[in-house]
Design a binder for this molecule. Sequence first.
Ligand SMILES: [Zn+2]
Length: 270
Amino acid sequence: MPELPEVETIRAQLAPRLEGRELVRVEILDPRLTRPYDLFEVTEELEGDRVTAVERRGKYLVVRLESGLVLLVHLRMTGSFGFGPASHERAVLELDDGTRLVYRDVRRFGTWLVLEGVELETYLAGKNGPEPLGARFTAEWLAGRLAVRTAALKAVLLDQRVVAGLGNIYADEALWRARLNPLRAAGSLEPGEVRRLHRAIRTALRAGIERQGSTLRDYAAPDGSAGSMQDEFGVYGRDGEPCPRCRATISKTRVGGRGTWFCPRCQPLL
Ligand SMILES: [Zn+2]
């Protein structure tokens, strides 16, 4: 599932191809994509409009249009964009320079929602906390969010209202970098541990962006290239292998139903 670094990689590739271009033809092939709104209604809203900016908020792609409308795309499990014909095509955007941008999605959980620009912040504010690489995401802010929660630390980190854009992969990587056990009660962290975690979240996400995300199964960037972050994971998906920091054997457990990898020596439960 694409997380912040993967969505940011997609955004960075789409922006120069889409910005300033008119959507001359919009074809939505799957009614599930725009539910509960009618796909023809959404098609009509988009067609003839011009893209002014492609932005990202958490795991959402935000396509701003000249009319003031915004197309909000969430890729969920397997949504992706590409510039060539593909299997599992769910929508096609034809641009005024002849570019054919294809949205494909095997599992069909992705969503396209058209909003008025003025509705966007309200809509996102209910779902997403501050951007973890932005100035509003401070260690103090994170400490306040964690202090009131008794659930397992990792489960709280996956709450998009706490860390927008963080998912299963980068949560495990951040906890490993911060040397914190994913099963610790979120509210039990000392101030120094929260500061370590805050720094580790940012470092893990920045590393992911620099390596164009991680490619496991389906994910590819719009130009078809794969990310390389998977080659540098500390723990994610590596149970039975040695911890790159201390050589102890990496363990796998489950937190909130999600596969969770950690080093029992670097990240003791205390
Ligand atoms: Zn270790």
